[in-house]
Design a protein around this ligand. Structure first.
Ligand code: SAH
Ligand code: MG
Length: 197
């Protein structure tokens, strides 16, 4: 599997696919192991890199992962197959904001898709957490742009970074969830529902 992972890293560089940073996935894998996480929902598959690594932590872990881009979805399917993980990773080709889940719940939800939609993903999927479950979000620093909006020339980028800053405020002020922020990789947060028994 190591070799397939290396191939994926190479593919990501060649085709400009924003896969997770090594420190961040290492952090998440450690969290999964330490907390006995078994059921994971990922929003933003890309080519399956983080899904495969999360599933690799233990052989009773199940991952459902959503990707709206068809080319990346196909690539993810191929990679999941190569790793023999079809039974434990379900890749869904759909816009996560349009998907309808029912009768399922997760120990961890990993948000790593369109950065301008994080609050919407959070609000939509928080109902699908098991007791004690967490929502982890990636790229909260957005390559150092978050908190430095004045230095950005591009209007679109400025707007996107503004949305991430709003998301961070949303997490900080959230009454339902307690969030810890980690200066790992491109910035991670772990949000846990308050007052769970
Ligand atoms: N988690 C992956 C990287 C994901 S990159 C890894 O670390 O290996 C973000 C992906 O989210 C992109 O491939 C993009 O197409 C997808 N995406 C963005 N918005 C989405 C949405 N609303 N629904 C589903 N996928 C989305
Ligand atoms: Mg990411």
């Amino acid at each position: 599997m190591r070799e397939i992972i290396s191939e994926m890293e190479e593919y990501a560089i060649n085709y400009n696919v924003p896969i997770i940073e090594k420190d961040s996935i290492a952090f998440i894998m450690k969290y999964i192991k330490a907390n006995g996480i078994k059921n994971i929902l990922e929003i933003g598959t890309a080519i399956g890199y983080s899904a495969i690594l999360m599933a690799s932590v233990a052989d009773d872990i199940q991952v459902t992962t959503i990707e709206r881009d068809e080319t990346r979805y196909m690539e993810a399917l191929k990679n999941v197959k190569k790793c023999d993980l079809e039974k434990r990773i379900t890749v869904v080709c759909q816009d996560a904001l349009e998907m309808n889940l029912s009768g399922v719940s997760y120990d961890m939800i990993f948000i790593d898709a369109a950065k301008g939609q994080y609050t919407n993903f959070f609000e939509k999927y928080k109902y699908f957490l098991n007791p004690g479950g967490v929502i982890i979000s990636d790229n909260l620093k957005f390559h150092g742009h978050v908190g430095n909006r004045d230095n950005i020339a591009s209007r679109n980028l400025k707007q996107l970074v503004g949305k991430l800053e709003n998301y961070i405020d949303f997490l900080k002020n959230n009454e339902e969830f307690e969030t810890n922020f980690y200066d790992v990789g491109d910035g991670l947060s772990v949000s846990k529902k308050k007052n769970e028994q």
